[in-house]
Write a protein that binds this ligand. Structure first.
Ligand code: CMC
Length: 391
């Protein structure tokens, strides 16, 4: 088999060829299917970007209307899923519930998808887009003790997210275009990011021909970690802690620089971006705009700006090319929209879903081999078994 090249964390190893997302970390460039993230965030919407990522081209008016309609057909979730939800403790983390519910969908949809059947593949994708959105919001309803909501076919996908989350039996939820636009933009910015930890997980699980729901469920679990999508919750908790301690940003910078202290400045640094994260630039501007449009004056935003400014001038962060990433400012917008902190990573997952689906589809259609990294064994050499009484 020859010598094995070790590359922990896959810092320099490519695992696949992909035609979905282009990322240049030195230049801070991010493109989906050739379109710049800046243009997509400004001109497109989340469902259109989902279509683009999954099927490769911007949809025509007819294609997007059909896609939206076909997703709607799959927004009913099996009633028995509610029994599963009821089994979770009241304060369970929504990401844990989401991973479990996504996995549970395999029990209600056990047939393996035949990926060479275009129609079957398309239906599976619509099913994932429809059901995942609904169960993602149910994780919140469960924790709040609210009755579970159903998809409203007269509303759009992102509008439905807010309705599913917040509409109460007492009356219709009033949709605010400022909120919907902000969410649309955030979902677009999260929609794909080539071979990140959760996406690689989805591809590797799917490479065993496990089902799409099983692969996505694994992706949700990977995303939950604080070094990945869980960072958005961690950032806000960090900012709140700084605020509670009198707003002393320097103290937290010192902690982040101290190699004896495991604390890291959450929302800072990236494996690939060594210049800046183009998503963070757009989100920072959006945070200003959204807070202004909603008339929210959040002192947390000022703390974040102070912290960013101090870090960008600090030799430790400068020499390591550590810049704010997508998670640094997103939570401030979520908070202004009334999303509870524990749900932040669930929103990331909703945004990332089309990316996971697109990458899973590409991997299967390219007939990629099963993912199976090698290792360099460093354990004990051959030993003689010792009977238990002699140990
Ligand atoms: N605070 C303090 N020091 C840091 C940080 C940070 N946030 N990030 C990296 N470093 C230091 C690290 O200690 C190391 O220093 P040295 O060279 O002296 O050992 C150097 O910078 C390089 O870091 P690394 O850990 O080797 O880099 P990585 O590519 O393995 O990790 C990362 C990337 C994103 C996991 C890391 O920067 C980090 O933990 N950031 C905080 C968590 C975070 O914000 N995650 C969200 C990432 S973006 C969106 C997403 O993926 O979900």
């Amino acid at each position: 088999t020859g010598a094995i090249t070790l590359d922990p964390g896959f810092k320099n190893s490519g695992a696949c060829k992909s035609a979905i997302t282009f990322l240049d970390g030195e230049e801070g460039i991010l493109r989906y299917r050739g379109y710049s993230i800046e243009q997509l965030a400004e001109k497109s919407n989340f469902l259109e970007v989902s279509y683009l990522l999954i099927f490769g081209e911007l949809p025509t008016a007819g294609q997007i209307a059909k896609f939206e309609n076909d997703i709607r057909k799959h927004t009913l979730v099996n009633e028995e899923m509610k029994n599963i939800i009821d089994g979770f403790p009241k304060n369970a983390h929504p990401m844990g519930i989401l991973a479990s519910l996504t996995s549970a969908l395999t029990a209600f949809n056990p047939q393996p998808v035949n990926v060479s059947d275009n129609q079957e593949l398309y239906d599976t994708i619509c099913k994932a887009m429809g059901k995942f959105l609904v169960i993602a919001t149910w994780t919140f309803r469960k924790n709040m003790g609210y009755p579970l909501n159903y998809y409203d076919n007269t509303k759009g996908y992102v509008e439905n997210f807010m309705r599913l989350m917040f509409e109460l039996p007492t009356g219709p939820y009033k949709l605010d275009p400022v909120v919907i636009n902000a969410l649309d933009k955030l979902f677009i910015l999260h929609a794909d990011h080539e071979q990140n930890c959760s996406t690689s997980t989805v591809r590797i699980v799917g490479s065993s021909h496990a089902s799409l729901f099983a692969s996505i469920s694994a992706g949700v679990s990977a995303l939950w970690g604080p070094l990945h999508g869980g960072a958005n919750q961690a950032v806000l908790e960090m900012l709140e802690e700084i605020q509670a301690n009198g707003g002393d940003a320097d103290k937290y910078l010192a902690k982040a620089k101290d190699k004896e202290d495991p604390f890291r400045l959450m929302g800072f640094g990236h494996r690939v971006y060594k210049n800046f994260d183009p998503r963070a630039k757009i989100i920072k501007k959006a945070a200003d705009d959204v807070l202004e449009a909603l008339g929210v004056d959040d002192p947390i935003l000022n703390i974040a700006k102070k912290l960013e400014e101090a870090a960008l001038q600090d030799e430790y962060f400068k020499s390591r090319n550590l810049y704010p990433n997508v998670d640094f400012y997103s939570g401030i917008i979520y908070r202004a929209l009334g999303i509870p902190t524990e749900m932040f990573t669930v929103l990331f997952a909703i945004g990332r879903l089309p990316g996971w689906v697109a990458q899973w589809k590409e991997m299967r259609l390219n007939k990629e081999p099963i993912g199976r990294p090698r290792q360099v064994y460093v354990g004990a050499p051959l030993r003689e078994f010792t009977e238990i009484e002699k140990r």
